[in-house]
Write a protein that binds this ligand. Structure first.
Ligand code: ZN
Length: 97
């Protein structure tokens, strides 16, 4: 059985090492850390999984922010209604004078 390998140069120490192409694809997808033979940790940047995680986190933050804005608007609408009621009662009292 023949295994396709990929050559990698460690950016820290410059050592040349090989990993199986399948392993490289997996590391790229998961964004998991791997090590050169001298123990320097590295990852393949911009993996699709990392990008998905980042976008999901951003989407969740946006949704929470929208919910807070909706809650705030609802609170202001209640306040507005209460003030209008108060204003109407004051106008009625003035008209009775
Ligand atoms: Zn290294």
């Amino acid at each position: 059985m023949e295994i396709e390998v990929i050559n990698i140069n460690c950016p820290n120490c410059g050592v040349l090492f090989c990993i199986a192409k399948g392993h490289k694809d997996q590391l790229k997808d998961t964004g998991d850390t791997f090590y050169c033979p001298n123990g320097h940790s590295q990852i393949f940047g911009n993996s699709s999984q990392m990008e998905i995680k980042k976008l999901k986190k951003s989407l969740k933050y946006d949704q929470e922010y929208q919910q807070r804005l909706r809650d705030s608007v609802t609170g202001l609408e209640y306040q507005n209604r209460a003030l209008k009621g108060h204003q109407t009662r004051l106008k009625n009292k003035l008209n009775q004078l």
